[in-house]
Ligand binder design. Structure first.
Ligand code: C5P
Length: 399
């Protein structure tokens, strides 16, 4: 049976690529119905879209003839997936505010179907804080983004804002319709910092916000995995539908991981575990003296390394937050930790990593080094989980 895809087109020059996208979707067994925003038909004609989709093209919210046959509610119900390509800055802003002032925005509010957006706009418009805020709002609601990509733009500028190519859009959309990528996987994720008490009111901790680990948990759930999230103290809410274990210290984290690990197929250790702790924190507040305070700290257990050296063990993914490193250093760390994948995060950069919304990663697998360019932590999480799922598949084919 054909997959019902509702394709929304908004006003952007990238709309000229949409006839090709319709052709690809139909080749991949989709039935496509097109809805145009008010400005879209300035870039691509309804007649072309109707001919290629082999369906009427919808434009008006209050069109008496269309209302008789297919109202916005019926269209919203009909769609199994809604794809907006190109998604303009204006459309993204309207969707994030819940505005419903035309057929496309109204049916996006009315639908239960997953929404996919392929943004296209000038790089400065994409980088604008208003657009970035709207983008993050939509991501946090589970709306999936395909692109944008970097390159030369129609306006002659270079940057992030180009619509992903039709082939990439069609592939990503269909990927989500096929069997969820991580169905059947049980993923254990540690996230956030740990807190190691010095006395009843003071502790040692670090700048980890937990955003990367929580983004991985959310995305893994969306991709069909069962997720257990073990987290140090953060300001974040755990995603619904995961098993959540909050705690404070490295030792508590070790015992929670030890209790959980055998029930999981993948262990992703994003937590920034304190490397040292004070074995006997003072029972009373340490008094201020005029002399130097010396604390004798002990190394914390290395949870990832302990788990990765066990047999049997799940597929193990470690993170390394580095400020200065060479390839040899991180390769050595991967061997020392015995993990299957080591993900390196350059935390010396001001624009990514600890506490930031974005990340860029270097991923060391058994046989490859993959660079994931700077993007939101949710997008990075999708790319990383895709790599992990491919590697697990390769491994199970070898065994
Ligand atoms: O050695 P380093 O702290 O750079 O290693 C980082 C990786 O090891 C992360 O995946 C982190 O979650 C894990 N780790 C751990 N236990 C520690 C220190 C780090 O599991 N005590």
């Amino acid at each position: 049976m054909a997959i019902p895809v509702l394709l929304g087109i908004t006003a952007s020059i990238a709309a000229y690529k949409i006839p090709e996208l319709i052709r690809l979707l139909r080749e991949k067994n989709c039935e496509v119905k097109v809805v145009l925003s008010f400005g879209a038909k300035e870039f691509v004609t309804p007649l072309t879209l109707q001919t290629l989709s082999n369906n009427p093209v919808y434009e008006a919210l209050l069109d008496a003839s269309a209302e008789n046959t297919m109202s916005h509610i019926a269209l919203a119900r009909w769609a199994q997936r809604i794809l907006i390509a190109p998604a303009s800055a204006n459309f993204i802003a309207k969707l994030s505010c819940g505005i419903a002032d035309d057929l496309l925005t109204t049916l996006c509010l009315a639908t239960q179907a997953p929404l996919f957006l392929a943004p296209a706009m000038n790089q400065a418009m994409w980088a604008n804080p208003a657009t970035q805020h709207n983008f993050k709002t939509l991501l946090s609601r589970g709306i999936q983004f395909i692109g944008p990509t970097e390159g030369v733009q129609a306006c002659g500028e270079f940057g992030l804002g180009r619509m992903a190519e039709p082939e990439e859009i069609a592939n990503q959309l269909l990927f989500s319709i096929e069997k969820p990528l991580l169905a059947g996987q049980k993923i254990l994720i540690t996230a956030g910092p740990t807190q190691e008490a010095l006395d009843p009111i003071r502790f040692l901790t670090n700048r980890s916000s937990g955003k990367m680990g929580y983004a991985l948990a959310k995305t893994a759930l969306a991709l069909g995995a069962d997720v257990t999230l073990i987290s140090g103290p953060t300001a974040l809410s755990p995603p619904p539908h995961c098993k959540f274990i909050p705690l404070k210290t490295a030792k508590e984290m070790l015992s929670a991981v030890e209790n959980e690990i055998e029930h999981h197929t993948v262990f992703i250790s994003t937590a920034a575990v304190s490397d040292y702790y004070l074995p006997s924190p003072a029972l009373q507040k340490i008094k201020k003296e005029k002399t130097t305070l010396t604390l004798s700290l002990e190394p914390s257990p290395d949870i990832l390394s302990l788990m990765a050296h066990r047999m049997p063990r799940p597929y193990c993914v470690g993170f390394a937050a580095e400020t200065q490193y060479s390839l040899a250093d991180i390769q050595e760390k991967k061997i020392k930790k015995a993990c299957d994948i080591l993900v390196v995060n350059d935390v010396s950069r001001e624009d990514i990593g600890f506490e930031k919304e974005d990340n860029a990663l270097t991923v060391l697998t058994e046989n490859e080094i993959i660079h994931l360019e700077k993007t939101s932590k949710m997008n990075i999480a999708q790319q990383l989980l895709k790599i992990i799922s491919e590697k697990i598949k390769e491994k199970s084919n070898v065994l």
